[in-house]
Design a protein around this ligand. Structure first.
Ligand code: SAM
Length: 275
C-alpha cells in the first residue's frame, strides 16, 4: 500500500522502506501502475514539466545533489505545496528505487491521466494521432514527443497498446507526456470516432496508393498508424478515408513506426510550422 502522508518531508535511508518498495513496483510492473493510477518519471526536467502543467504529484524523491540545486529545491517546494511527500534519499536508495546505477537527482511519482473516447472533441483542434496496438514503449514515447513538437492535440491508443506510463515510454517523451493528452480507445470506439471525424482521416499504410505529400490535410487531421509487426488491422484501415504511403527505395520493407509518424506529421503540419 502507498503511504498516504503528504505535504511533508521525510528522510529515507533504508532500501526496505515501504515507499521505496512501492516506487520499485511502479517502475517494474504495469499491474502496480494500473492498480494505483500512479507512475514514475525520472529527472528534474520532467518534474518541472509535470508541476508547470498541473499534474498531481504524490512523491518527489531527491538525491543528495538536489539539496544544493535551486531548481530542484523550487520543484520540491512546489510539489510539497501541492500535497506531495518529499523524500530525501541517499544515492543508493535513489538507485534502488529506479533500478539504475546512475540515478537522476530527482524522481517523481505522479497521478496518471488518460482520456476516454467520449472526452475527445476534434472541433477546433489541429490533429490527433491514433496508434493501432503500439507495442514498443520507445516508439510510443518518441511519437508523443513528436506530436508535441508539431503542435498536435493528442494521441489515441487503440486496442492492446504498451503502457504509456512505463518508465521507458515516459523517458522517451522527454517531458512531452505532461503536455500531450492521451486517450485509450477500443477498436469499435475508434471506428465510430473516425466515421464522425469532421476533417481528414488518413492512415499510413504500405499498400496505400496516395503519396503522403499530396493530400491537403484539412484540419482536424486524424493520422492513423499501424502496429510495428502487423501494420494496421484491415477493419481499421477500412475506417480511414485515405491510405497514404511514404515512398521508399532500397531494401527496407518499411520505416520504423516512430520515424514514419514523424515524416507524416511534418508533412501534414508543414504549412503551419516556421522557424
Ligand atoms: N510489416 C508491417 C506491415 O506490413 O505494415 C510493417 C509495419 S511498420 C514497421 C509500422 C507502421 O509504420 C505501418 O503500419 C505504417 O503505419 C507505418 N509505415 C512504415 N513505413 C511506411 C511507409 N513507407 N508508408 C506508409 N506507412 C508506413
Amino acid at each position: 500500500m502507498i503511504e498516504k502522508r503528504q505535504g511533508a518531508v521525510k528522510q529515507i535511508t533504508s532500501h526496505s522502506n515501504p515507499i521505496v518498495k512501492e516506487i520499485k513496483g511502479l517502475v517494474a510492473q504495469r499491474k502496480h501502475r494500473s492498480q494505483s493510477g500512479l507512475f514514475v518519471a525520472e529527472g528534474l526536467k520532467l518534474a518541472t514539466d509535470a508541476l508547470e502543467a498541473g499534474w498531481g504529484v504524490r512523491y518527489l524523491a531527491l538525491g543528495p545533489e538536489a539539496r544544493d540545486n535551486p531548481v530542484a529545491q523550487k520543484a520540491a517546494a512546489a510539489a510539497k505545496a501541492r500535497g506531495a511527500l518529499i523524500l530525501e534519499a541517499s544515492t543508493a536508495v535513489m538507485s534502488a528505487m529506479t533500478r539504475k546505477d546512475n540515478p537522476q537527482m530527482v524522481v517523481g511519482v505522479y497521478e496518471q491521466k488518460l482520456l476516454g473516447a467520449r472526452d475527445i472533441d476534434p472541433a477546433g483542434t489541429t490533429l490527433w494521432v491514433a496508434l493501432d496496438r503500439v507495442r514498443d514503449p520507445g516508439n510510443l514515447g518518441t511519437i508523443i514527443r513528436t506530436v508535441d513538437a508539431v503542435g498536435g492535440a493528442g494521441v489515441m491508443l487503440v486496442g492492446d497498446c504498451t503502457d504509456p506510463f512505463a518508465v521507458e515510454a515516459v523517458r522517451a517523451t522527454m517531458g512531452s507526456l505532461f503536455h500531450v493528452p492521451l486517450a485509450k480507445l477500443g477498436k469499435d470506439e475508434f471506428k465510430s470516432l473516425a466515421e464522425k471525424w469532421p476533417g481528414t482521416v488518413a492512415a499510413t499504410h504500405l499498400k496505400g496508393s496516395v503519396d503522403y505529400r499530396t493530400p491537403d490535410y484539412a484540419e482536424p487531421v486524424l493520422l492513423v498508424m499501424g502496429n510495428e509487426q502487423k501494420g494496421l488491422e484491415d477493419d481499421m484501415a477500412a475506417a480511414c478515408r485515405t491510405l497514404i504511403r511514404i515512398p521508399q527505395v532500397g531494401q527496407a520493407d518499411s520505416l520504423n513506426l516512430a520515424v514514419a509518424t514523424g515524416v507524416a506529421l511534418y508533412e501534414i503540419r508543414r504549412k503551419h510550422l516556421e522557424l
